[in-house]
Design a binder for this molecule. Structure first.
Ligand SMILES: [Zn+2]
Length: 464
């Protein structure tokens, strides 16, 4: 009993001073199901609720090449052709030269440099999950033969094929839950206090949830979003409600009774439309949604130059104009173009155009460049309110383009950072890759991608 009390006191201390971060228990790391044995005296640590590991573990146990430059305090981690650079004390890192925001900067403690394990592992293409009960990190490598990198259930769990909850957001009187699909959610209301409860059976929070790049204990199992600007809606809470069966519960706290409509799209986006006027049913929205389409670069700024000399600005514009044509057919959508010819706008001009228009959605179109072998489509977002849009549109983009799925990523691009509405940036393919370049400048490909992207945006906005 006394022992228990001491343990409780220690846990409280860690809870109150997470910044002081010495974990009360040993953190275990599993790689493809096998426990990684840490050298004696070397420990993973919890700092601000993130699991941090010494760079020595990255090289010796995970097998990556690790370099350390004392002068600039820069850690370089290399595996195959992937290069991660991080600087102690700095919250921006680069992966293959692209800037990424970190939740937590690498730190130097007692001469040892510690880096966030989730960021490093995910950047290297691994799936990461956390078991809070056993304080264990599970890493699953892409080539572990576990069915294309699906996360393995934590040891002790027996769930398989769980629906992954990737993101939760609340905008425009709508609760949106982005999932990997296959979920059969149910919703009901409760009183005193008034709330709408959504249960997603056979589901768990994915390692990508909310775009956290480091392990975050509070967010991996529970958290909340404070809602502003929707009278009667106070906040959204979410948690892993039950572990067997694994059920994710999302609760919308209301200040009065309200009705709602629950729908699930084929792509796995669960939408709960709340009737904030409190009537019987929600009438279909008659207010027009404004979409800003931004064709990247233009005029004197060609963007990247393709392997046969084709210019990114021309692809961006061509696809943007096709999307515009499709959106113009939608009676409930108003489309605004940042440019509709070979014109140049500064990034800040693109941003202020969208912000002034009070747009509901911002989509920036780009094409990528990298090593000749790099191929595939990526979707970037920056702010948490853009995550659901990113996952929804990305699914359709990948389907339509048929190129490699490089995933949804966070990126620090001005047009998606400084806009205020949900905003994403598409890197449709690599102009530095022969096959991608040919595809991107193919008329049929562009038509297909335009249709896919429009489908995704309509689904996100709830436009039928
Ligand atoms: Zn570009």
């Amino acid at each position: 009993m006394k022992k228990l009390r001491i343990l409780v006191a220690v846990l409280c201390f860690v809870w109150l001073f997470p910044g002081n971060g010495q974990a009360a228990t040993n953190i275990k790391i599993f790689l493809d199901g096998n426990q990684v044995s840490l050298p004696s005296g070397v420990n993973a640590e919890l700092i601000s609720n993130k699991v941090m590991i010494p760079i020595r573990v990255v090289s010796e146990e995970l097998g990556y090449s690790v370099g350390w430059e004392q002068k600039t305090k820069t850690v370089t981690i290399i595996q195959d052709k992937k290069v991660i650079k991080m600087v102690a004390g700095q919250k921006t890192a680069t992966v293959d030269g692209s800037k990424i925001n970190l939740d937590i900067a690498p730190v130097i403690k007692k001469g040892t440099t510690l880096v966030p394990i989730r960021f490093v592992a995910e950047a290297m293409g691994m799936k990461v999950s956390w078991n809070n009960q056993t304080k264990s990190v599970y890493l699953v490598s892409a080539n572990s033969g576990s069915g294309g990198g699906t996360p393995q259930p934590p040891a002790g769990g027996n769930e398989t094929d769980l629906t992954q909850v990737n993101g939760i957001s609340f905008t425009d009187s709508k609760l949106m839950i982005a999932t990997s699909g296959g979920a059969k959610p149910s919703a009901f209301t409760m009183t005193s206090p008034n709330r709408i409860v959504v249960d997603i059976p056979n589901a768990e929070f994915s390692s990508l949830f909310e775009g956290t790049q480091a392990l975050d204990l509070t967010r991996s199992v529970a958290g909340q979003i404070v809602v502003d600007g929707y009278p009667g809606v106070e906040k959204v809470r979410y948690s892993l409600f039950s572990e067997s069966p694994s059920t994710v519960r999302v609760v919308v706290d209301l200040s009065k009774a309200m009705t709602y409509k629950l729908s699930t799209s084929a792509a796995g986006l669960i939408t709960v439309t709340i009737n904030t006027s409190g009537g019987e049913t929600t009438p279909p929205s008659t207010v027009k949604k404004t979409i800003v389409i931004d064709a990247g670069h233009g005029n004197q700024d060609p963007g990247t130059i393709g392997i046969t000399g084709k210019k990114e600005k021309d692809f961006n514009l061509s696809l943007a104009l096709k999307i515009e044509q499709l959106l113009k057919k939608e009676s409930s959508i108003k489309v605004i173009m940042t440019r509709n010819d070979d014109n140049f706008l500064k990034l800040a001009e693109r941003v202020s155009l969208a912000n002034k228009a009070k747009a509901d959605l911002f989509l920036s179109i780009h094409a990528n460049s990298g090593p000749a072998s790099a191929t595939g489509s990526e979707t970037y977002y920056n702010r948490a309110n853009s995550k659901s849009l990113a996952t929804t549109v990305h699914k359709y983009l990948v389907q339509a383009a048929g190129l490699k799925d490089r995933g949804v990523k966070t990126g620090n691009f001005a047009v998606i950072r400084d806009t205020t509405m949900p905003a994403i940036l598409l890197e449709v393919g690599f102009l530095s890759n022969k096959n991608d370049e040919a595809a991107l400048f193919n008329e049929t490909f562009q038509n297909r991608v335009a249709e896919g992207v429009v489908k995704g945006m309509k689904e996100y906005l709830g436009v039928k």
